[in-house]
Write a protein that binds this ligand. Structure first.
Ligand SMILES: Cc1cc2nc3c(=O)[nH]c(=O)nc-3n(C[C@H](O)[C@H](O)[C@H](O)COP(=O)(O)O)c2cc1C
Length: 217
């Protein structure tokens, strides 16, 4: 298959994961093109967080009720950010698209803009790849990203056929000690067990690629 992998990565963690995905997909005989999404923003991590911080109390509240969470995500106004010119501004020629980026509370702003700007997405089957700082908390990290990505992609007439969410065990704000404690409490395991490059993450990455290729045909 002819696959385009478009990704944004601010500190390099998603980029590393994307290249692992690329390596696996190529080893299975697919032809891969890469689009690195460039953010035009020069803001610091705190500056980026401030653009969405008014939603944070709602995110916290949404953790406690599934029905409320669904409504909250459906009504959420996704923040976007200007991106640089695209090398592949029309993706119609690709059999499949992979879109990657970090979790920034929801979808990272440059990825959200990419999904709105890129042409030819209608009817495409998409693989979604994301990294986040915390352990793989089922609701706060995984479900939030899955639902938010699904919503945006569905709005473009496309569908996500496989998701890959991996912890980087890194946060620019230096809050990893908090995530380490949460990992111990929730999973009785160190966050290092889950993080990118671990056996756990390699297994999920291989399963993601298999699933993508099976569901994408
Ligand atoms: C603006 C912003 C918001 C973030 N929000 C979250 C979050 O909600 N949950 C989380 O676990 N990590 C969060 N992070 C941490 C990143 O998701 C994490 O460090 C990611 O692996 C970085 O990927 P990158 O190196 O590809 O940019 C946030 C980081 C930034 C800059």
């Amino acid at each position: 298959m002819k696959i385009l992998i478009a990704y944004f990565s601010r500190t390099g963690f998603t980029e590393k994961l994307i290249y692992k995905v690329k390596e696996i997909l190529e080893s299975k005989g697919n032809s891969i093109s890469i689009e690195k999404i460039q953010s035009m923003s020069k803001d610091t991590c705190l500056g980026e967080i401030c653009k969405d911080v008014h939603h944070y109390p709602l995110i916290f509240l949404s953790l406690f009720s599934k029905s409320w969470r669904k409504r909250y995500i459906a009504a959420y106004t996704q923040i976007e950010e200007d991106i640089g010119p695209l090398q592949y501004s029309d993706v119609s020629d690709f059999d499949m698209i992979c879109v990657g980026g970090p979790k920034w509370a929801h979808v990272s702003y440059p990825v959200a803009r990419y999904l709105r700007e890129v042409r030819g997405l209608e009817g495409k089957r998409i693989g979604a790849v994301y990294t986040f700082g915390g352990p793989p908390l089922p609701v706060f990290e995984l479900e939030t990203m899955k639902e938010s990505m699904n919503r945006i992609v569905k709005g473009r007439g496309a569908s996500i056929v496989a998701h890959l969410g991996i912890s980087s065990a890194y946060h620019e704000l230096g809050i990893i000690p908090l995530f380490r404690i949460m990992s111990r409490i929730r999973f009785c395991k160190s966050i290092d067990y889950f993080k990118s490059g671990s056996d756990f993450s390699d297994k999920l990455t291989r399963e993601f690629c298999d699933s993508l290729l099976t569901k994408g045909t």
